[in-house]
Write a protein that binds this ligand. Structure first.
Ligand SMILES: [Zn+2]
Length: 297
């Protein structure tokens, strides 16, 4: 079975006709580097009809979805693959209630699985942004963008975002994350996770960025009501309206997952051909996570 390329829904439906087709796909990714028994470390196995493996030494059976984010997906792998396909190729915002109707699952089931997908969309943090980087903070649910005063409502969710620009001033990559406040200590998170020390960083005049110039090359310029950070503010506007139109209520606990989803797609808009396969590889390589870690009750 070849890796799936492109965004053609009919082609997709043709390649994944049954749950077993999906299992075969997972098995290719999972044992790409060869098989090793998770119980005893033996490297020879029998391949079963459902593409799971039986260890030749200890007879342990490992399914294609064990220890992946597809583990114990109750509604079947085919539906799970379709949800992954939609979430990776769409440009629109898709809610759990939409998925529930489309795939005849409960909204709660859809929401849980979609959070797993978002977990797989999280940045590896292995490729920090370099070159030209613009950084700014914003609030969710508020109109204020590019204000210097930071007279923000304390209850509103606060976030910080950074974009890397191409030489032509276009967006190359973007990351966003929620922060507790606009202090230097909180602002530092995105620098440490996503920005290379060599990057040429521009921020507005907010004093919270000043202490960070000890470790990063930061130039502070007036925002001029956003005019000096046009590309960045366009993205802030997009991520805000994307969250607002789909999710009437986003918990503090989950807001980063929505940012991860948004940025995952945006950062791969030049590699749409392989975005589905990329996502499935991430789903397989990530460890299964407990439901309790997905939804804060
Ligand atoms: Zn074994």
């Amino acid at each position: 079975m070849n890796i799936f390329k492109g965004q053609d829904l009919l082609k997709f439906a043709e390649q994944f006709k049954t749950d077993n087709d999906c299992k075969e796909y997972l098995s290719k990714i999972k044992w790409e580097q060869g098989y090793t028994c998770v119980k005893c470390g033996h490297s020879a196995s029998q391949v079963r009809k459902d593409f799971s493996r039986t260890c030749n030494k200890c007879s342990h059976i490992e399914s294609t979805s064990a220890n992946t984010l597809f583990h114990k997906v109750k509604f079947g792998l085919r539906k799970a693959f379709f949800i992954c396909f939609e979430m990776s190729t769409t440009t629109k915002s898709l809610s759990a209630s939409y998925m529930a109707v489309r795939y005849s699952v409960t909204e709660r089931t859809a929401r849980l699985f979609m959070h797993k997908v978002r977990e797989a969309m999280k940045s590896s943090e292995n490729n920090p942004m370099d070159g030209e980087v613009h950084v700014d903070e914003f609030v969710l649910g508020g109109k204020e963008v590019g204000k210097v005063g930071r007279s923000y409502d304390s209850k509103k969710k606060k976030a910080i975002t950074a974009i890397q620009l191409t030489k032509q001033g276009k967006i190359r990559r973007m990351y966003a994350m929620s922060i507790n406040d606009f202090s230097a200590k909180s602002l530092a998170h995105i620098f440490e996770k996503h920005i290379d020390k060599k990057a040429r960083i521009t921020t507005d005049l907010w004093k919270g960025y000043r202490p960070l110039s000890k470790n990063f090359k930061i130039e502070q310029i007036p925002s001029n009501n956003g005019v000096n950070f046009k590309a960045l503010h366009t993205m802030i506007h997009q991520v805000k309206s994307w969250i607002r139109t789909t999710y009437s209520w986003v918990s503090d606990f989950n807001v980063n997952r929505y940012f991860d989803e948004f940025c995952f797609r945006l950062n791969r808009s030049q590699s749409k051909e392989t975005i589905f396969n990329n996502l499935i590889v991430r789903m397989v390589k990530a460890d299964n996570i407990e439901q309790s870690k997905l939804i804060c009750v």
